[in-house]
Write a new protein. Structure first.
Length: 209
């Protein structure tokens, strides 16, 4: 148990560092991120299956005269609850990461999703502009730095999950919803800039004879 405690603390950190180095040194960061996320997801599925099989083997090997089956099940579930919850959480994070990497890919479906999202936020921003809500210089800055603001928001969400004590699937869903809401809000504000002045505004001098 002492060995498992030590491994449980440092192994996830080492895994995250190695995965980040792999993505950073790969020629295609997006593709390697997607491959890494899929690999982590597969490993978590294998781990969950192994825990379920081990539970069945354990319950079948304990004599009912020694320990009632319900009590044996409670003991096993108590011992592996954090490991099982962590595996489920990492599985959800891996699926979200793989989908995000796919969204920024060059495929037709990914381009279609990006186009639809851009048109939706642009339409919402233009609607705010017509209603008299203009973001002005801040909106132009957000529009010119979309990649940076998106990266910062995603990084903050990932940092929140890393610093969260025993994050669950519900916590991941909450952080994901907050990140998506912030990204949508920033995209709408970037599209709600003041309308450009028309070329003829301010008076076009009539031609003189």
């Amino acid at each position: 148990m002492r060995l498992l405690d030590a491994v449980g603390v440092w192994l996830p950190v080492v895994t995250i560092v190695l995965a980040a180095l792999t993505v950073w040194t790969a020629p295609s960061h997006r593709l390697m991120l997607q491959i890494t996320a899929i690999g982590v997801g597969v490993m978590m599925i294998v781990l969950l299956i192994a825990l379920a099989v081990a539970r069945r083997v354990y319950l079948g090997s304990v004599p009912p005269t020694t320990l009632p089956p319900d009590a044996a099940a409670v003991i096993y579930d108590t011992l592996v609850r954090f490991l099982r919850d962590s595996a489920r959480t990492l599985l959800v994070v891996a699926v979200i990461t793989a989908l995000a990497a796919f969204r920024y890919g060059p495929g037709r479906a990914a381009r279609g999703v990006r186009t639809l999202a851009r048109r939706s936020t642009t339409a919402a921003g233009e609607a705010l502009g017509r209603a008299g809500v203009h973001t002005g210089t801040a909106g132009h800055w957000l529009d010119a730095h979309r990649k940076w603001t998106t990266g910062v928001v995603i990084a903050v969400g990932a940092l929140a999950l890393v610093l969260w004590n025993h994050p669950t699937v519900a916590v991941v869903a909450l952080v994901l919803c907050v990140v998506l809401a912030v990204l949508i809000l920033l995209a709408v504000l970037a599209s709600a800039t003041a309308p450009a002045e028309s070329a003829g505004s301010g008076g076009v001098r009539p031609a003189t004879s």
